[in-house]
Design a protein around this ligand. Sequence first.
Ligand code: CUA
Length: 347
Amino acid sequence: MRRGSIFQLVGLGVLFGAGAAAVALLIPWLPDPASKQADRIDVLFWFVTAICIGIFALVAAVIVYAVLKFRAPPDDDSDGPPVHGHTGLEIVWTAVPAMLVTAISILSAVILTQNERVPRASAGVARDPLTPLHVDVVAQQFAWLFKYPDYHNATSSTLRLPVHKTVVLRLTSLDVIHSFWVPQFSQKQDAVPGLITRLVITPKRFGIFPVICTELCGLGHALMRSQAEVMTVADFRKWAQRGSGAGGGGATGGTNGKALFVSNGCNGCHTFKPAGSTGTVGPDLDDLTAEAKQAGKPLEDFIRESIVDPDAYVAPRYPKGVMPKTFSALPPAQIDALVKFLSGGSK
Ligand code: CUA
């Protein structure tokens, strides 16, 4: 190969490599990592991206060089010269990709193992509920519920996390498969009925990040969102020890209508002013009196029936079979509290 050709090939390679690198670096494709695990995944992501840019530059340079240099004139119908391969070249293009793929596998395995690691409380010392913090995540159509077993089962529809403390999420689902995703934490984990899946997160900066369901789970899938709020350890303790109360908190065993409305995920789908909810998957519950009249039933009976047997009467314009039938399993006292809360709010 002539020296001039090598210069041209290298020049093309640098050009394509710089172009691909600019696309990768100058466009903010991913959100800023907000956890230690996301930082490690970021390292792996850029390692793979760098390899891809190198291979892209090589392939693009050779293709463009060949197209320009070996173009056949329009009237040239002759065959190309017979070529019998090149053993050295074949060894190189087999060995180099094999080494790269092996390197990616090893780095992935190391990072996945590190991301699963949970700090252990030292032996003999009473367990600090923050090493690690346990949160039970319950997904259902179409809401997230977060429970804190080490804090008197405090529950919240927002995932509250103390900064720099490792949290172990234990996820499950009441109905179909959902998937937990916070883009800034980089990881996803399925919530599967009958199984407990696990996800380890160590938030490293303050902020409010979206919690998104990434498994198509029904009509309200696109609206199955919540928030993860990373706060100081002191703020978290203050909130968790208060446990119940308004504003998304509330013990699951109680009979506070508003807390039940939130902890059962009603707020995920329904607009209801007294609860401050704005869901649009199901009917607006501020119009229940008119709705009950239309269904031809007394208000309280209508509300009760709609909770335990949602398909008995479905508001016009809304499809049947969307609202989960799981609420009939709630303790009667809690259903009573919800009926009371909902009938009181619909004046
Ligand atoms: Cu839950 Cu999609």
